[in-house]
Design a protein around this ligand. Structure first.
Ligand SMILES: Nc1ncnc2c1ncn2[C@@H]1O[C@H](COP(=O)(O)OP(=O)(O)OP(=O)(O)O)[C@@H](O)[C@H]1O
Ligand SMILES: [Mg+2]
Length: 396
């Protein structure tokens, strides 16, 4: 079995996903789970309930392939470390090879490439998230949602098999050192793709709330088309007269809407807030939270950016210096104004995702665009990081 020891053991999604109770002190850099509302977490109505009750019976998802553990072991070369694509709170993700018609494991270089996510046995939230993911992605199909090919549920093993996204995650492209910065046009296309994915979810009868929007969950195909991945925290939204659903507070620090963190009241507008954070990351090239600093620093990207966003003369000071000024000013200002709306403290004042999408599409077709050939300047870093704030402006 390959190594999967790069991160300390945590609950699924606890790495960056759960929140410290108000006033909690930082134990050792790991976030703590908090439950603000004990009410029901079952999602996707009765179907998911029955799946949870039956523990592993996912046979209703006839469009999904049920893999044996041995097949996935063979497809990933025994989960060897060189096939590892990344690691999250749920477990490690490996590259694998399968035959497109028979789904049987093949040799590397033949068949199709897939991404195999393997749940850590220690993961406490894991089975439930695994099931939620199978339930939602087994039924929802859209060009901006990552495709789930199948799953494995054999004794204690829980795995998921996805289409392989060759360009990895948006997080890798925006924040990793040594990576070619992505150009303005591509950033806007990614913002549109993500808005399309969320609009699709919010437009469903079940009013599905994604709840885990962040740069690492936005995956990119070979043409940099963006797709949402990780539906383990998704759940049905409020319908009829209901204004919200009450849930345990799960999600990711720095991305989750403040009212949801405070009350556990979840609405599609919680996703809109997270979208505002991702849009801000695309514009600024800065992380929602600086993890290196423990993730418990009080100042988030939103805290840092808001004074600039509300001041039209200074708004462009948030822009990623790695763009080398290669972006249309009016469109950047409009995108920043849109981010500010999404980040409104009162969820009622945030736009609907469908309106966010329309605004961005309009922006993208406006005449204020830069030529496709314009490339961002390659810089070593974002500028000098100040001693006491990762988010302080260093140059204009
Ligand atoms: N379908 C895929 N194709 C290619 N790479 C993938 C795929 N799914 C995941 N990865 C890679 O594996 C990494 C880990 O993914 P995972 O969803 O387990 O964790 P995460 O999103 O980084 O964190 P968290 O568990 O907190 O959500 C991703 O950042 C990405 O680089
Ligand atoms: Mg993820």
């Amino acid at each position: 079995m390959g190594n999967c020891v790069r991160k300390p053991v945590k609950c699924a999604h606890a790495s960056s996903s759960n929140f410290p109770p108000p006033g909690a002190t930082k134990p050792n850099g790991d976030a703590k789970q908090v439950s603000t509302s004990p009410s029901g977490e079952s999602s996707f109505r009765s179907l998911n309930k029955s799946l949870i009750a039956s523990k592993v019976d996912v046979s209703v998802h006839s469009n999904l392939k049920s893999f044996s553990f041995t097949d996935l072991k063979n497809a990933t070369k025994n989960f060897r470390s060189e096939t590892m694509l990344g690691e999250g709170g749920f477990g490690c993700v490996f590259k694998g090879w399968i035959d497109l018609n028979t789904f049987a494991p093949t040799k590397p270089g033949s068949g199709v490439v897939v991404a195999v996510k393997k749940l850590k046995p220690e993961s406490c939230q894991g089975h439930k998230e695994w099931l939620t993911e199978v339930t939602y992605l087994g039924q929802l199909h859209h060009e901006n949602l990552v495709k789930l090919i199948g799953y494995c549920s054999e004794s204690d093993n829980r795995l998921l098999v996805y289409e392989f996204m060759p360009k990895g995650s948006l997080e890798q492209h925006l924040f990793r050192k040594g990576v070619q910065p992505i150009a303005w046009t591509m950033r806007m296309n990614i913002a549109i793709d993500v808005a399309r994915g969320l609009s699709f979810l919010h437009g469903l009868d079940a009013n599905v709330i994604y709840r885990d929007l962040k740069a690492s969950n936005v995956l990119l195909d070979s043409d940099y088309n963006a797709k949402l991945s990780d539906f383990g925290l998704a759940r049905d939204g409020p319908t009829g007269d209901k204004t919200h659903v009450s849930t345990k507070v799960l999600g990711t620090r720095g991305y989750a809407a403040p009212e949801y963190v405070a009350t556990g009241h979840l609405t599609p507008k919680s996703d809109v807030y997270s979208y505002g954070v991702v849009l801000l990351e695309l514009l600024s090239g800065r992380r929602a939270m600086e993890e290196e600093r423990g993730g418990f620093d009080d100042e988030t990207l939103v805290d840092w950016a808001k004074p600039f966003l509300i001041d039209s003369r200074r708004v462009l000071r948030i822009m990623d210096t790695r763009l080398g000024g290669q972006y249309p000013k009016k469109a950047a200002q409009a995108a920043a104004a849109l981010a500010l709306q999404c980040l409104h403290t009162d969820p009622k004042n945030r736009p609907l995702m469908i309106d966010v999408l329309a605004t961005l599409e309009k922006l993208n077709t406006s005449r204020d665009i830069i030529p496709r050939t314009a490339r961002p300047v390659k810089l070593d870093n974002h500028g000098i990081k100040p001693m006491n704030s990762p988010y302080r402006i260093t140059k204009t």
